[in-house]
Design a protein around this ligand. Sequence first.
Ligand SMILES: Cc1ncc(COP(=O)(O)O)c(C=O)c1O
Length: 274
Amino acid sequence: MVVWINGELVPDTEAKISVFDHGLVTGDGVFETVKVIDGTPFALSRHLLRLGRSAAGLGMPQPDVDQIRAGALALVGASPTRPLARMRITATAGIAPLGSQRGNSPVTAIIALAEQKPAAPSVDVVVAPWPRNEEGALAGLKTTSYAENVRALAYAAERGGGEAIFPNLAGNLCEGTGSNVFAAIGGRLITPPLSSGCLAGVTRALVLEWVGAAEDDLPLDDLSNADEAFLTGTTRDVQPIAHVNGRKLAAVPGPITRKAAEVFAMRSAESPDP
Ligand SMILES: Cc1ncc(COP(=O)(O)O)c(C=O)c1O
């Protein structure tokens, strides 16, 4: 398998990053997961914009997104074409002393491509017992400090769930470990605002543009009482939620979810980089 690292395509068995890399030592880095359909990355420009925004929010040096874009296309070109793949772009703050203090090294940039299974037709979610801190330094940033998400997803899996949902410190609905949440209540489609601490998901933004929804704070309990609900994310597109903490939602998928999934599928097929 070929990967791209700091401007070069190399076999993954020969790719090297330093054990002093601050991304490895402290999670001081940012990343993106991009869907690749039949060898074409989807919404690459939006993902690269967010990579830069996450780096700015983390206060690390800016990754060279033009070089990364060229690297992403080169990697796809050098890899077998699959109907569906996921591309992971990682940029870390580079080599640093063995502590929280940053060094002065250039950014480490890595791109890897792997097979991606299509998302299940619906998902059961479990509410995580740990809140997202909407006031924290990393709120809304896609950083490689992702162990909170790993912990919560394992918690959900232990309870038969395929995604964990975080409340925030205010007790409102925030997001999943790798997804945003939409709920339909009384015919109104609602998703938490960015001030809830959720990531500005690329899929979320496209659903807001193409389908339309209100951005409103929702008490966490509204999710299990919603008429219908769905997750959005790069690896899920629009995925109906079937159960919340074991409780079945009224409609799976309901008419609003079905429409959102249809519109998303149609519009995203029209343009690979909306
Ligand atoms: C914490 C979190 N929220 C939401 C999302 C959904 O974002 P996107 O639609 O850009 O994949 C992700 C993506 O992986 C995520 O990690």
